[in-house]
Design a protein around this ligand. Structure first.
Ligand SMILES: [Zn+2]
Length: 140
């Protein structure tokens, strides 16, 4: 188990979390791009999470699947969280120590607009493949 810590742009929200892997995923879906202006780069966490300044966190329910949290003061995107679960995808950009992170996976690759492409050699999943694997996990 590894750990990460991070803070928003203004510092009103800080967090520390345990993560299984120091791996970064990129989501190219239209909601993530509308939220952050680009693909949402994140580190998944299903372990222990502790917040400091939790009163400054605003949560927006963006779909039937998940919600998006941001700092009430500075607007920094903090995390995407699946409803009814302890699955967080923390914004990679708010994590303090970037040195140990490895870019591993791109999801909703079929929603990526043509004007950019990552050169990194990563796993690439379509939205359909992501939903299918999430359903497989829910069943299993
Ligand atoms: Zn802030």
């Amino acid at each position: 188990m590894a750990s990460i810590s991070g803070r928003c742009l203004c510092g009103a929200v800080r967090f520390a979390a345990d993560v299984a892997r120091l791996e970064v995923d990129a989501c190219h879906c239209s909601m993530c791009r509308r939220w952050t202006s680009g693909p949402y780069l994140s580190v998944s966490c299903e372990g222990n999470v502790e917040f400091d300044g939790e009163a400054n966190i605003e949560v927006y329910r963006s779909s039937s699947v998940g919600e998006r949290a941001f700092c009430r003061r500075c607007g920094s995107a903090l995390f995407w969280r699946m409803h009814g679960s302890h699955h967080y995808a923390f914004s990679a950009g708010v994590i303090e120590d970037q040195s140990g992170l490895a870019f591993k996976k791109q999801i909703f690759i079929d929603e990526k607009p043509p004007y950019y492409d990552f050169a990194n050699d990563t796993e690439r999943l379509t939205g359909e493949e992501v939903v299918a694997s999430a359903e497989a996990q829910a069943k299993g």
